[in-house]
Design a protein around this ligand. Structure first.
Ligand code: SF4
Ligand code: SF4
Length: 478
């Protein structure tokens, strides 16, 4: 029987004495390299579906087009965010924040239901690490071979295998960096710039940054990101309740653990179903032993379930010694209780939030008008004796069509004049500043301050008309 692999322990370990009377301890445990064993099984299929869906979305979405432009593009220099058929401006930031709040809330609800399934199946750190591990397995062999290679002295075989692995990791990291920047610079232009070596400094920096970050995170740091750096991993346990689905070891069924012959009767040996093969530990990407109970390092990838099920099959025992279960089910034998008030509350709030968001988005008018008063003077008197106020109108066409617009005014006494450009044509996504002057005869102006309203009239789509209020100032009445 192989010796037990210790589970992760963050307790500082005492180290050598520097002084006869004083012992010192490292603040951090030295990292123990984890070489996870590959396992197949039902949950590996789900992990693969999750991983390839994330990778497919990440690498292919940048190439999708919508109405002749990149479907998902964050055009920071022009401050336009294109998300499929919608164009968002900085003024729409509230909608994007709302979307992020809905996503965060959805993550909370999923965590209450099934623990860290996000971490185990779809988190980019897990997905990229999984791909890097797959490459490592192809280049260097299975777990035992890799562990032997780690200990082996430098040789041509080791250099070639390591070289292939690191080169492949770097190529994937580079592709990741390029795809990331491709969401900010149109990917077709970016690719041309790469081919013609005309990349700008900002693009070069960010491609380099994300290449290095991906290579280090997925190739070297791996589980340390989940264990020490990810804030979600640290606070997710406060969202758990006793009915949250977690990957758990059935202590009552498995203990006392012990090895035995395949055909032996465990009850005769006073043994539980755990044969102490340690396969569940060897497949664990964070190197923990699920038999020690729920630990914050567990990312709920369910690799230990697949491994243990395969052992149970070989032994002819029922599957599920390690399984998705709940604290209530394991400790008190209660049935798994999914539809509970807390979760229904989350679902109700999510439904309201998503409905409101969809309604706001679908009724959003893709025109905008901001009116800024001339701050230099409250009013001016023209050579003809008229009272003038000046305004700068920022007109926005947030749609993806050319729009023919007209500016109008209301609120002033009859006879007031609107000078300046009153008809304009704006290209898709164009913003234009227009200076307008409102003038009137002082004899008509009975109030010192008159509330007025500018109207932006869309001649082709009247349902997209928008207004903005301002004030007109006149000298005090005698
Ligand atoms: S894989 Fe199953 S049988 Fe083997 S040590 Fe883990 S829990 Fe026990
Ligand atoms: S204990 Fe099991 S579910 Fe948790 S990280 Fe390890 S293998 Fe994955």
């Amino acid at each position: 029987m192989s010796s037990k692999i210790p589970s992760q322990d963050n307790t500082p370990q005492p180290v050598k004495m520097h002084h006869p009377t004083a012992a010192s301890a490292d603040l951090y445990e030295k990292r123990r390299k984890i070489q996870p064993r590959y396992t197949s099984g039902l949950f590996e299929i789900w992990r693969n579906i999750g991983a390839w869906s994330v990778l497919g979305f990440y690498f292919l979405t940048a190439w999708l087009t919508w109405d002749g432009r990149q479907a998902l593009l964050f055009d920071l220099p022009n401050r336009h965010f294109y998300i499929f058929g919608w164009t968002f401006w900085p003024q729409d930031f509230i909608l994007l924040s709302w979307l992020l709040i809905i996503a965060a809330f959805g993550l909370f609800a999923v965590t209450v239901l099934a623990g860290r399934v996000w971490c185990g199946y779809t988190c980019p750190q897990t997905v990229w690490t999984k791909i890097f591990l797959m490459i490592e397995r192809l280049a260097e062999g299975d777990r035992n071979t890799r562990m032997r290679l780690d200990k082996a002295p430098l040789s041509l075989n080791k250099i070639i295998r390591r070289g292939i692995k690191h080169l492949s990791w770097l190529l994937i990291s580079l592709a990741t960096g390029i795809a990331f920047v491709g969401y900010f610079t149109p990917i077709h232009i970016l690719m041309q710039e790469i081919v013609h070596q005309t990349l700008g400094p900002a693009e070069s920096f960010w491609i380099g940054f994300f290449t290095v970050a991906t290579y280090l995170n997925a190739g070297w740091l791996r589980e340390q990101i989940c264990m020490y750096m990810c804030p979600y991993g640290r606070f997710q346990s406060v969202m758990f309740d006793r009915d949250t689905l977690i990957v758990s070891y059935d202590h009552a069924r498995g203990e006392p653990r012990g090895s035995r012959r395949r055909d032996a009767d465990p009850s005769a040996q006073h043994l539980g179903d755990c044969i102490d093969c340690e396969l569940c530990v060897q497949v664990c990407p964070t190197g923990i032993d699920i038999r020690d109970g729920l630990q914050f390092q567990c990312i709920a990838c369910a690799a230990c379930i697949d491994a243990c099920d395969s052992v149970m099959d070989q032994m002819g025992y029922d599957r599920g010694l390690v399984r998705y279960s709940t604290e209530n089910a394991l400790e008190h034998g209660k049935p798994i209780h999914i539809l509970r008030p807390r979760l229904l509350g989350y679902a109700a709030v999510m439904t309201v939030m998503v409905s409101l968001f969809v309604y706001t988005l679908s009724t959003r008018v893709p025109m905008g008008i901001d009116v800024i008063r001339d701050r230099n003077a409250l009013y001016r008197e023209s050579s003809e004796g008229m009272i003038e106020n000046s305004y700068v109108l920022n007109i926005m066409n947030k749609s993806q069509e050319t729009e023919h617009l007209e500016i109008d005014l209301s609120g002033m006494p009859q006879g007031a004049q609107l000078e300046g450009r009153q008809q304009l044509t704006l290209a898709p996504g164009e913003m234009r500043s227009v200076t307008e002057t409102v003038e009137d005869d002082p004899s008509e102006l009975k109030e010192r301050e008159i509330p007025i309203e500018f109207h932006l009239i869309n001649k082709d789509h009247p349902q997209q008309n928008v207004d903005s209020t301002s004030r007109f100032f006149a000298p005090s009445s005698p």
